[in-house]
Design a protein around this ligand. Structure first.
Ligand code: 5GP
Ligand code: SF4
Ligand code: MG
Length: 455
């Protein structure tokens, strides 16, 4: 998911700003979008299933355009827990002893089920199936504490990988779990406003300068125009490696490390780890481009435009059903004549189910490629992510049930190699979570496998 918050010292077009920021975070979730705006008195929310551009037309933005608007939060949704239903769209708002609260989050709480159960036993009622509501209920339960103190207390009780933005009528808060699994950055606007966003490109569009990342285990908020910070939990940084491998935008810089640059390094390391005699390096667009550039540089093999991507087709993986995904691969990619008669190195960022790679290998052969050598700039994904990336249930992950040789045969490649874990670490250069590759979950895991609700 993508999350966003803005606070302005003067009345401003908060809805217009959030709209721009959400547009820059569209890649983080395409199932639903929403925003919540306040002028200090009223709080208005608009959210729905669909892309940002589908949910927010001018009429809908006008609903949010309070003349004295000063603050707001926004969300783009990618469902990991809770099904793809309208009432699961965020921001989620509740009326509590602290007044109206709105929340949007990215990631998962691995102990949400236990906390939900104990809150239910205490008489709480839930309207949604997603675990955002668990956090807001926890906060609302501490009626004697200030909003900041209550939020800090909720942070101490929740486990998992999550970044959150939260608002009441007057202020915005932002926080990350103690491992900083999901990203969250702080930006400053020239007139003194503050922005919190999942990734820096949202700041750029909102006219804000990157100040820094929110630290793991830190709670920040705006009070009287000043940014305040409380280091609630001892930081144990293990940000998600997958943000650099695939998920974050190529123009993002997270924890001071550029995603594009680290993808190029992944490709360079991969070329050294798994060299091959070939004629041309072809990326799977767009996710394989950075690594293919690196592979080409380190191997000396020319980079070429071997696959055309229809820019109107959207991101395949994020489509929730297999039937939709299969159709989308055909709609999305076609081989160019650059591969005809060539031994091709095909570079992509990851293999999840293996269906995309298999289809692409076939496209290249049909277009006259004589050999296809697949190079993947991440290790095999063998374990599920419990921290907000939907790498699918374990039984759907081809690498959890198949050997390297079986995967090679399944996708029809002449050779196949994956980047090593050490290679990922070296290319990113900081401590990272690699749990979907090695099963070592730094921020805990749920007692029971979370089920998508069959509603
Ligand atoms: P598959 O192996 O399942 O057919 O697809 C792998 C492709 O899905 C890669 O090109 C990768 O870029 C893309 N992809 C899109 N979204 C995601 C995601 O959330 N996780 C992973 N691992 N791959 C994704
Ligand atoms: Fe990222 Fe994988 Fe860790 Fe999930 S398990 S947070 S996708 S590295
Ligand atoms: Mg891809």
């Amino acid at each position: 998911c993508g999350i966003l918050a803005v606070w302005s010292p003067q009345p401003t077009d908060v809805a217009g700003l959030l709209h721009l920021g959400l547009f820059a975070l569209q890649h983080r979730g395409q199932e639903a979008a929403g925003m919540c705006v306040s002028d200090g008195h009223q709080v208005v929310v608009e959210k729905d299933l669909g892309l940002v551009s589908q949910v927010f037309d001018e009429a809908r933005l006008d609903q949010l355009r309070l003349p004295d608007a000063r603050l707001g939060i926004g969300h783009t949704r990618y469902s990991t827990t809770g099904s793809n239903l309208r009432f699961n769209a965020q921001p989620l708002t509740v009326r509590s002893s602290k007044g109206i609260l709105a929340i949007a989050h990215n990631g998962n709480f691995v102990n949400a089920k236990e906390i939900r159960q104990s809150l239910l036993e205490g008489g709480a009622v839930f309207q949604t199936t997603n675990d955002t509501e668990v956090m807001i209920n926890l906060i609302a339960r501490y009626s004697r504490l200030s909003l900041v103190e209550a939020t800090a207390q909720a942070m101490r009780e929740l486990e998992g990988g999550f970044s959150v933005v939260l608002m009441d009528r007057h202020t915005v808060l932002a926080l990350r779990d103690s491992h900083g699994v999901r990203p969250l950055v702080i930006g400053r606007r020239p007139e003194g406003g503050w922005v919190f966003a999942s990734e820096p490109p949202a700041l750029t569009l909102m006219g804000a300068e990157l100040v820094r990342d929110v630290h793991p285990g830190e709670l920040v908020w705006v009070e009287s125009g000043q940014l305040h910070s409380l280091q609630v939990l001892e930081p144990h940084p293990t940000p998600c490696a997958f943000e650099w491998i695939y998920f974050a935008r190529a123009d993002s810089v997270l924890e001071g490390i550029g995603t594009h640059e680290s993808r190029v390094r992944m490709g360079e390391v991969l070329a050294r780890e798994a060299p091959i005699q070939a004629d041309v390096v072809v990326p799977v667009p767009d996710s394989g481009i950075g690594a293919a550039i690196g592979f080409s540089r380190a191997s000396g093999l020319p980079f070429d435009y071997g696959l055309y991507k229809n820019p109107y087709a959207g991101r395949t993986f994020i489509q929730p059903t297999q039937a939709l995904r299969d159709l989308k691969v055909k709609l999305k990619l076609a081989a160019t004549p650059a591969v005809k008669g060539k031994r091709v190195v095909l570079v992509d960022d990851s293999i999840v189910r293996g269906t995309t790679s298999g289809r692409i290998v076939q496209l290249l052969r049909d277009a006259g490629a004589t050999e296809v050598h697949v190079r993947i700039s991440a290790p095999p994904i063998k374990y599920p992510c419990y921290y907000g990336i939907d790498t699918a249930a374990r039984k759907e992950l081809i690498a959890s049930t198949h050997s390297l040789e079986e995967i090679r045969r399944f996708i029809g490649a002449d050779t196949l190699a994956f980047l090593s874990e050490a290679g990922v670490r070296a290319a990113i250069g900081g401590p990272v979570c690699l749990a979907c590759f090695n099963g070592q979950y730094p921020a805990g895991y749920p007692h029971e496998e979370p089920q998508k609700e069959a509603l």
